[in-house]
Design a protein around this ligand. Structure first.
Ligand code: AMP
Length: 116
């Protein structure tokens, strides 16, 4: 599968579609999920053409990966989730029900989550 530059998250990064932003830096944009599955549900989306986690882990530089995952932590802390706890998930492909083919990490928290 080729990366589609017109996927919804690419449009959000380019500012073509609005979002409820939490942070933006050189590595990512983080914004609230439009259909939250937890009291706090935020997506962290890297600035780069990465289809999924597998693509990101293959193509991103170590420096970029480091900056991105530090940003995930920064977002969780900014949302006040560190103390109570939170879950991070990334769906890769069909069996995981990935629907937007631009790599993203879900951060969920704000209340006890379902047991895995
Ligand atoms: P996934 O199923 O892992 O690909 O996750 C895609 C997520 O993007 C879902 O949780 C959707 O609710 C969310 N989503 C889709 N469109 C938007 C949007 N315009 N703004 C915020 N979240 C979105």
């Amino acid at each position: 599968m080729a990366y589609d530059k017109n996927n919804i998250f690419a449009k959000i990064i380019r500012g073509e579609i609005p979002c409820k932003k939490v942070i933006e830096n050189d590595f990512c944009v983080a914004f609230y999920d439009i259909a939250p599955k937890a009291p706090v549900h935020v997506l962290v989306v890297p600035k780069g053409d990465y289809i999924s986690f597998d693509d990101f882990a293959t193509a991103a530089t170590p420096e970029f990966m480091n900056g991105f995952f530090k940003s995930v932590k920064e977002v969780a802390n900014k949302l006040g989730l560190k103390e109570g706890g939170y879950r991070i998930i990334s769906n890769h492909g069909k069996n995981a029900t990935q629907t937007v083919f631009h790599f993203h990490v879900h951060i969920m928290g704000g209340a006890p989550l379902w047991k895995m």
